[in-house]
Design a protein. Structure first.
Length: 363
């Protein structure tokens, strides 16, 4: 301290500090007002920026008031330098946290606005946040006068040991990045693994992939397992898919009439049922002379995977109703049992179509 502290020094320092606090409060109110205005725009990036500045700008104003207050006091050169260094480090920490929020928020916003990018995958957001925070930490150390060269050297040597200890974690991390970069799986896709797990991809983070089943249960799959197994993606290359329903009619049916009625039912279902594809072309394909029926496949259009159950349910109901109205019979296999004469223990089964009956030659 070069001289004694006088009253006017304290008054000026307190006024500077109070002015910084008041400026920070007013700036926070202003930024809150700007946040409301930004929320009315279509672009989500301005929301992220304004929300982040609501943290940085008020604290920067407080730090500026504290710096002016420190200059007003008759501090020694060493004390003044330490105060300035501390305030600078404080501002850098606030700026680093703000930059991390802004950059990660923008990454998330851009990802959600593009269908080809992982809309809700947190792996890119987490990597970006770690990189920004690490850079800010190194800048703070350099500002405080701590040399970061030995630290970087130690990190480089210790990184080998850490990499060996975290082999599984790093393998999952790079597997997740590979999955997203190759665009084989994205959040929102419906997938089915060869091991039987299936559902909608909710998130792909740094370690695992979260899949939500139709029963609303979550399945956690390690990224390495997801990238190393056979998998069917029902949402790519496009979300619309086809559904095949097996049906059959009796041999006495008019197949032209069967095809015409089935096509009419498919067209009706495609237009009326939610999740169907209205412009889907109905397809009916006869393929097998069975024991009791002529079998055929009906191909329906489905908007996305979970819609198939509702569409199939409605189609079967309507087709059954139309077949009954048109007099088209849907046979079922019936087993006819004949008991051999002289040996009641010998049963000779015969499969046929028609009403069920049991014949007993002995009687």
């Amino acid at each position: 301290m070069t001289r004694a502290v006088e009253v006017h020094d304290l008054i000026f320092a307190c006024a500077a500090l109070l002015g910084g606090l008041l400026a920070g409060l007013l700036l926070r109110i202003l930024l809150r007002w700007l946040g409301v205005r930004a929320g009315r725009t279509r672009w989500g990036g301005d929301d992220v920026i304004v929300d982040a500045l609501r943290t940085l700008v008020p604290w920067a104003a407080v730090a500026a008031g504290a710096a002016v207050a420190a200059e007003a006091l008759p501090l020694s050169a060493r004390t003044g330098r330490n105060v300035n260094m501390t305030l600078t480090a404080f501002v850098i920490v606030a700026a680093t946290l703000t930059a991390a929020r802004v950059i990660t928020g923008l990454v998330r916003t851009v990802a959600q606005s593009r269908a080809a990018v992982a809309g809700s995958a947190t792996i890119f957001v987490n990597i970006t946040r770690v990189v920004v925070l690490a850079m800010g930490f190194l800048v703070v150390l350099q500002t405080l006068g701590i040399s970061i060269a030995p630290l970087l050297t130690a990190l480089g040597v210790g990184g080998l040991a850490v990499a060996l200890a975290l082999q599984d974690t790093l393998a999952n991390l790079f597997a997740g990045v590979h999955i997203l970069a190759s665009k084989t799986v994205q959040p929102g896709d419906y997938i089915r693994l060869s091991s039987g797990e299936e559902g909608y991809v909710v998130d792909i983070n740094w370690r695992n992939t979260v899949v939500r089943q139709l029963s609303n249960n979550l399945v956690i799959i390690p990224n390495t397992q997801l990238s190393g197994t056979n998998m069917t993606n029902f949402s790519r290359p496009e979300q619309e898919m086809t559904l095949t329903v097996l049906a059959g009619v009796g041999y006495d049916s008019d197949l032209e009439q069967v095809e015409r009625v089935t096509v009419e039912v498919v067209t009706e279902v495609m237009k009326d049922v939610e999740g169907a594809v209205p412009d889907h072309e109905p397809l009916v394909r006869f393929h097998t002379f069975g024991d009791s029926r002529i079998s055929f496949n009906v191909i329906l259009g489905v908007g996305e995977f979970s819609d198939q159950y509702r569409i199939k349910h409605e189609f079967i109901k309507r087709l059954h109703q139309r077949f009954r109205a048109e007099g088209i019979r849907i046979p079922s296999p019936v087993r006819q049992v004949a008991i051999a004469p002289g040996n009641p223990q010998i049963v000779i089964p015969h499969q046929r179509s028609g009403a069920e009956s049991v014949q007993d030659p002995i009687a």
